[in-house]
Unconditional design. Structure first.
Ligand SMILES: Nc1ncnc2c1ncn2[C@@H]1O[C@H](COP(=O)(O)OP(=O)(O)OP(=O)(O)O)[C@@H](O)[C@H]1O
Length: 298
């Protein structure tokens, strides 16, 4: 493989159902060794896209290339897919699951390595049905890695996990990346995408509406920063500042500014208390809202 050849390339990909264009002509490429995030609101077409890339459903038209060639048996041997928990066998322990799935592939990562990477030491003899959400996701990740894949597909792997379990899972993804594996991730969590992904593509209505590195996209779309302060501290005299109320989320006011000093001076002059004030850069969540007009809540 030429060093420049992306590990995966999607060209003019469509998936049309009788009543909907689930995926409507998308193009992107995934360089080797990065974490690539596919983002979008509910129904955007992420799962349909990822399932075509995994070879689970057939595109209506377009093509997907693996290492520059149409997907074939080589791809099947070199891909790892994190299954949903329904793929687990009743009554088997974590160790038994890893042994069971390892035997299905000619090429393996050793069970000891899987245990180490996915931090499963403490649960090896536990019945898989008795694992917490975070522990189950770690075991499913280990199963996705049994064939020592070059590319790993993770479809919303942290949905429903508590913040600590999500943080633990991010650490595992970083361990996988450190082994030069490519990760294809879908997520509803913008912070997750920002922390893990070198590149993202944002989908809506079956199309890609933005793609690039998170920081590059933020720089392209925003030149301002946000000043946040409690709505109760926002004086009437400052209403001319460009602001928006977040009443539905928190009783806060967000003020967009390119000149923080000038805006702070204006707020003080209008009699605002700055005690509860925060200044933050624009986030991927802001970008997502701006591009799709929708909040991201799993
Ligand atoms: N087999 C199918 N038959 C008909 N319509 C489908 C089928 N699969 C998906 N769709 C529709 O295609 C659109 C895209 O669905 P998809 O599951 O890919 O979205 P998504 O971005 O993964 O959403 P979510 O974040 O909710 O998982 C949706 O409107 C969905 O209802």
């Amino acid at each position: 493989m030429n060093i420049q050849t992306p590990i995966l390339e999607v060209r003019h990909l469509h998936k049309h159902y009788p009543k909907i264009k689930a995926v409507d002509g998308i193009d992107f490429s995934v360089p080797t060794g990065i974490c690539f995030g596919l983002l979008g609101p509910n129904g955007a077409g992420k799962t349909t896209t990822i399932e075509m890339m995994e070879g689970i459903i057939r595109p209506s038209s377009g093509e997907i290339l693996y290492k520059g060639e149409p997907m074939g048996p080589r791809f099947k041997n070199e891909v790892g897919i994190q299954f949903q928990s329904t793929a687990l066998q009743d009554f088997l322990t974590v160790r038994e699951h890893l042994n069971f799935f390892s035997r299905l592939y000619p090429k393996n990562m050793s069970v000891d390595e899987l245990i180490e990477i996915c931090s499963l030491q403490a649960y090896l003899d536990r019945d898989a049905r008795k694992l917490s959400g975070g522990q189950r996701q770690r075991m499913l990740l280990a199963i996705a890695l049994v064939n020592d894949p070059e590319i790993v597909f993770l479809d919303e792997p942290t949905t429903g996990l508590d913040p600590q379990a999500r943080l633990n899972f991010w650490e595992l993804i970083n361990r996988i990346k450190a082994r030069n594996k490519t990760v294809l991730l879908t997520t509803h969590y913008m912070e997750e995408a920002y922390k893990l992904c070198e590149q993202i593509a944002i989908m809506d209505h079956g199309k890609i509406i933005a793609q690039g590195s998170p920081n590059q996209l933020l720089a392209e779309h925003f030149q301002d920063v946000i000043i946040e302060l409690p709505a109760s501290d926002f004086p009437v005299a400052a209403q001319t500042l460009p602001h928006r109320r977040l009443e539905k989320v928190t009783p806060m006011i967000e003020i967009s500014t390119r000149d923080v000093n000038a805006t702070l001076a204006e707020l003080l002059q209008a009699g605002a208390s700055l005690a509860g004030l925060q200044v933050r850069p624009r986030s991927l969540e802001d970008l997502f809202l701006e591009l799709t007009g929708k909040g991201l809540r799993p």
